[in-house]
Design a protein around this ligand. Sequence first.
Ligand code: PLP
Length: 397
Amino acid sequence: MSFLNEDKQVIAPLYGKVDIDFVKGEGSYLFDAEGNKYLDFVAGIAVNALGHQNEGIKKAVVDQMDSFNHISNLYPNYPQIELAKLLLKVTGFDKAFFCNSGTEANEGAIKFARKYFNRKGENNRQKIITFVNSFHGRTFAALSATGQPAIREGFGSMPADFVHVPWNDCAALKAEVNKDTCAIMFESLAAEGGVMTLSKEMVETVNTLQKEFGVLVIIDEVQAGLGRLGTFLGFEKYGLKPDLATLAKGIGGGLPLGAVLLRQHIADELKAGDHGTTFGGNPVACAVGASVVKQIVEGNLMKNVEERSAQIRAGLAKFAEQYKFIKEIRGAGLIVGVALTDEMPVGNVITAAREEKLMVLSAKGNVLRMLPPLNISAAEVDEALEKLGKAFAKVAG
Ligand SMILES: Cc1ncc(COP(=O)(O)O)c(C=O)c1O
């Protein structure tokens, strides 16, 4: 019996899963039970920033488990402090809060933003503006923030005062922001929503509104952060100055870990008991996080991200000349999107790529998405392009 058959018997039916029995990962590759070797350009949906079986991560887990596995947030926990110091040094933020996932990081940031204005006596500041097709998570406030009505359907009333404006629509954003606005919240690159980059005008508009109305800016770096766009956090690429940034996915190197980074003015308005979590900042996850951050920064992986990105895009540009169904090449760094015409469903390309032993995924709007590990090699990118070329040729017929 395949894993998928067993999965169907015992796991809640919330995902459309592919019928492959993965049993091992190594670097940028996954292996199934039959010994097939797949090049992994999904990387656990941007989680495995350093691929599988990274030695630094393994050592961090074992070393930390040798001292203690969990002590709660009732006491200072040194792996948390060490990771916070690394993150604050590389990002310029002032304080960190740790949690376990992207949605929790966004819940935290939303709560901190609302509490900030509450403590300042501005309870009118409730409205949080996010973008159409954005993705911020599946818990209630993050779901309310997410600009995809379909995934809210049937779950009853949502936290109020979330407004969604079209991506890069400066006029629509300006029309919504006033003295009752709490925050503007968005991804530094809308990944799930179709691999959409921020326009220069949008960045300028956000910066202006932040100054003019004192509205907070929350940047969701859950998918685009941790070096994936070629800068440590994605917003650095665009010249934004967010008050809060949220992280998850890559930071845990495969373990559940999320973080909110705060500027001092936000941290100044928070008190013990305002928010909390049992597992958030788990010592083992944080020890791994410290190893991941050190490897990205000290290993100069962001340079590799830029080089491999250029290599992938050059290869894709050739495919675009060859195949009419390729509409546009999108993205930045190692979030690469290929927008396809309606005649070529992205699922067909994903299936064909899988038959060539290349794992890729989709994004909204018939877009093929690639999220390789940040330490992917030039030879592995060549291999991926060769496999993708065969997949395109197959679907082209
Ligand atoms: C930009 C962004 N924010 C938030 C989330 C939610 O993260 P999690 O699934 O860890 O809750 C995701 C997940 O895909 C994401 O891509």
